[in-house]
Design a protein around this ligand. Structure first.
Ligand code: FNR
Length: 188
């Protein structure tokens, strides 16, 4: 059957390069994936145990429900100061406090996006470190770094305009679908 893919964005801003790449996924993904965008990390309060103890915020509950119904997760994110953007880390921290841990055993892949030459290459290792803490199944290769993204994306349309990049991303999603089926805990 179809695998349900959740897209998790690392950027909050409307003119974001990485969000544009995230929006393009629905049109690039193979038919074996149904695609849903997870609630943006900007919808969540800062993690605070006191807030949690007073009752789970609705925004967190909505994210948990979305993560739970996904069979696989694709994180599309910028790199901030060689690492994971705080808002995305905050979102992972919230999700990690639910029982049973909804991310455990789920296949995950990362696309980094940057206007710079390195394409956010350094966020991969930082983010994998955090995802391992959740016992996620990480497809580490091929690594997707969309470098010099301003020249490869149409931000307003949420589309990849560079044909080589588009073909590479399509191939990556096909590979991730196969990986998701192989590592699935539930019957594919
Ligand atoms: C950045 N930027 C950045 N870029 C990069 O390639 N490596 C980095 O370490 C950083 N660090 C960084 C820190 C902070 C706080 C900001 C705001 C920005 C630049 C970043 O890639 C650029 O602003 C992107 O356009 C941000 O992604 P979105 O919002 O366009 O998806």
């Amino acid at each position: 059957g179809k695998r349900h893919l959740g897209i998790w964005e690392g950027s909050l801003r409307s003119a974001s390069l990485s969000r544009a790449a995230a929006r393009a996924v629905a049109g690039l993904a193979p038919g074996g994936f149904s695609v849903e965008t997870l609630p943006n990390p900007g919808t969540l309060p800062l993690f605070d145990q006191d807030v949690m103890d007073r009752g789970l915020p609705e925004s967190v509950a909505a994210l948990l429900a979305a993560v739970t119904r996904c069979d696989a997760i694709l994180i599309v994110t910028p790199e901030y100061n060689w690492s994971v953007p705080g808002a995305l880390k905050n979102a992972i921290d919230w999700v990690s406090r639910a029982q049973p841990v909804p991310l455990a055993g789920k296949p995950v892949a990362i696309w980094s996006v940057s206007p710079g030459l390195l394409g956010g290459a350094r966020v991969h290792e930082s983010l994998r470190h955090v995802l391992h803490s959740q016992d996620m199944r990480i497809m580490a290769k091929p690594e997707v770094q969309i470098a010099q993204a301003r020249a490869k994306l149409d931000v307003e349309a949420g589309r990849i305009t560079d044909p080589q990049t588009e073909a590479f991303l399509r191939g990556h999603l096909e590979q991730f679908l196969r990986y998701s089926r192989q590592t699935a805990l539930t019957e594919a």
